[in-house]
Design a protein around this ligand. Structure first.
Ligand SMILES: *[C@@H]1O[C@H](CO)[C@@H](O)[C@H](O)[C@H]1NC(C)=O
Length: 255
């Protein structure tokens, strides 16, 4: 019996029985500290976000941050229904390029008890979205099953985001957890490139020129349709990172 105890002590002392790793938190020594009054913290939070967005683009596994430029989405599918076109579209291996160029223009924070409402306005000058697609479409009486790759180029994306969250305490530190995210991106211009629509290059070209003329209508349908797919992904990504960012280290200590 006491050999086992001794062996245990030896192992312990030699560090084999390491205690569970301490959670790693974002180091904020070089970041500004924001006013304690949330109404005046917007400008300061904007500076911090604009500092961190390009810095963390490659992700940091210890901080629970996945690389986000490109941001990879395994799969997403949605119904499309507008006028003569109805059907289901699925996309896979989607890569979104440009998130690290995100510039936050405006931040507004409201805090009430442990409830937080955060509104941001941001801009991305240029985005590329690449991936594989597969669709089953009914166009009037025509049945189509296109399949191929696509490449969307978006310019001047302006994004208005409203986030609802709550403050909670863990290990004596305060953190923010988001409950809901609502995004309303608008795009100045969008170019759609794709192959495999009809399997005939000339017809594909024709279909794309139609799609490129009507992209505002297409976009207006796809964005809300896909919200239930991308909103939980965004929430999960942001919340994983927030678990490593105790909020008090961003706030000036009371005088
Ligand atoms: C996607 O399209 C853009 C704009 O036409 C182009 O610059 C980029 O190289 C394309 N990417 C791929 C992987 O084809």
């Amino acid at each position: 019996m006491h050999y086992i105890a001794l062996a245990t002590i030896c192992l312990w002392a030699s560090g084999v029985y390491a205690a569970p790793a301490e959670p790693k938190y974002l180091s904020t020594d070089d970041l500004p500290k924001c006013p304690i009054d949330a109404d005046h913290a917007g400008e300061c939070i904007k500076l911090i976000m604009n500092e961190l967005i390009p810095r963390l683009r490659l992700g940091d596994p210890e901080l629970g941050i996945e690389p986000y430029d490109p941001l990879v989405i395994d799969r997403l599918s949605f119904q499309y229904s507008s006028g003569a076109v109805n059907g289901k579209i699925s996309v896979r291996n989607v890569k979104l390029y440009g998130f690290a160029e995100h510039k936050i223009k405006d931040v507004n924070v409201k805090v009430k008890g442990d409830k937080v409402k955060l509104r941001t306005v941001s801009e991305i000058p240029k985005m590329n979205i690449l991936g594989d697609y597969k669709a089953e479409l009914q166009v009037n009486s025509l049945q189509l099953k296109p399949k191929g790759t696509f490449n969307l180029t978006l310019s001047d994306v302006e994004n208005r985001v409203i986030m609802d969250g709550e403050i909670y305490t863990k290990d004596g530190l305060r953190f923010l957890r988001l409950k809901d995210i609502e995004a309303n991106p608008t795009v100045r211009d969008l170019t759609i490139k794709a192959n495999g629509i009809f399997g005939d290059p000339e017809l594909d070209e024709l279909a794309l020129s139609v799609a490129n003329n009507y992209w505002r209508d297409i976009y207006g349908i796809i964005l809300p349709e896909t919200r239930q797919s991308w909103a939980p992904v965004m929430l999960r990504l942001i919340n994983e990172a927030l678990q490593h960012m105790p909020i008090d280290q961003f706030i000036q200590s009371p005088k």
